[in-house]
Write a protein that binds this ligand. Sequence first.
Ligand code: GLY
Ligand code: MN
Ligand code: MN
Length: 431
Amino acid sequence: MQDEASVFDSQFTDARRAAVAATLGDEFGIVLFAAGKPVGKPGGLDTCYPFIPHPEYYWLTGYRRPGGVLALVPGEGFRHFTQYPTARERLFDGSEGIPPGDDVEKLGEWIESLSSPLTVLGAGIVGVEGIEVDADRTVAARQKVNIVRRRKDASELELMRQANLATIAGYERIVALIRPGISERLLQIELEAEFFRGGADGVGYDTIIGTGPRASVLHGAPSQAVVAAGDVVLVDAGAQHKGYTTDVTRTYAASGKFSPQQQAFYDAVTAAIDTCLAGCRPGVEWHDIHRLAASTMADALRDMGILKIDSQTALETEAISLFFPHGIGHFVGLGVRDVGGHAPGRQPDQQCLGVNVRVDLPLEPGHLMTVEPGLYFVDGIIDDGENREKYRDAVDWEKLESWRGIGGVRLEDDVLVTDGEPEVITAGIPR
Ligand code: GLY
Ligand code: MN
Ligand code: MN
């Protein structure tokens, strides 16, 4: 049987392994990075969801087969264990080669023979004698590995560029198709088909398409709903290539031209994304990027007469979260939520201006971020009695009704922080 080729050239996995070994030292004993096993579908008997190797394992090996474990032995180096194919697998899945390594069945025996402390990363390991997971050690080791993983190397960026080419192809296709009468479903089908034709091997996440008021559903699944004249059409989708995915949102006019109100909304979000993309530089706090988007859009909402307060007050009172109810973005790349988190010493899941911003750290070169400002009229927020009371004097609730039919506008791009100008990887996707 042939070896499964690694997705990454060994110069990259060698460098990643060296960086991980250096950051972990011998504090954690032997460290295991587990690929994980396929997850069964509820009630699905022997059927499983498509397998995704745990990113900590995949990033260090480039192997996509389940069951593998990469072991780091401090002072010695790395050793790979691989899952040998069963006769059943050969029958149903073919014989495509497996990653080189020792039989993973021997992992427990090997660990016991070393009698060293153990830390388990990746997908975790259950049911192997001699392997006990210490959750605190896992958390501490992961925090160190995360810092290394956050910086994208040239090989990862190349895969992102491949994913981006497929994403451009998909968006160009649907820009030509969007018109009154076409359904969200048909747009999804054409978008995703073009992703595949453009070299994608999947979608990085479930495609989001919302027309008219449905554009306000942040993660709305495409439906049979039909685009009406005068709608905005929000599309949030990314092509995936070998585990790497873009995460892009565009909002288009159904009839090719926005109404004056839609244009004002669109211009506000455009100003926010362009200012924020330009601001993604080393040392800048991610929460400040969120604040920049919020204040840019609060100024615009005041100009529209929807907010009756200035932007500083809209941020202080968190009134802006009525219309911008999500974080400005997140790490992206190896999965639509790539490793992010918070700087050491900070608390996870800190709120910023009334929303969860996910990431809380200063940017560094090599960080790849989504920037995704949006303005929406979400029924559940706008019609909430407590919000109406709390922000009685901050919002012109009557005027808001004449804007509400827009639904929402979001724009999203993926930007690489560099030592110089930020590089917008997804700039080629038509706005
Ligand atoms: N595609 C979901 C998001 O933008 O995070
Ligand atoms: Mn996103
Ligand atoms: Mn998105």
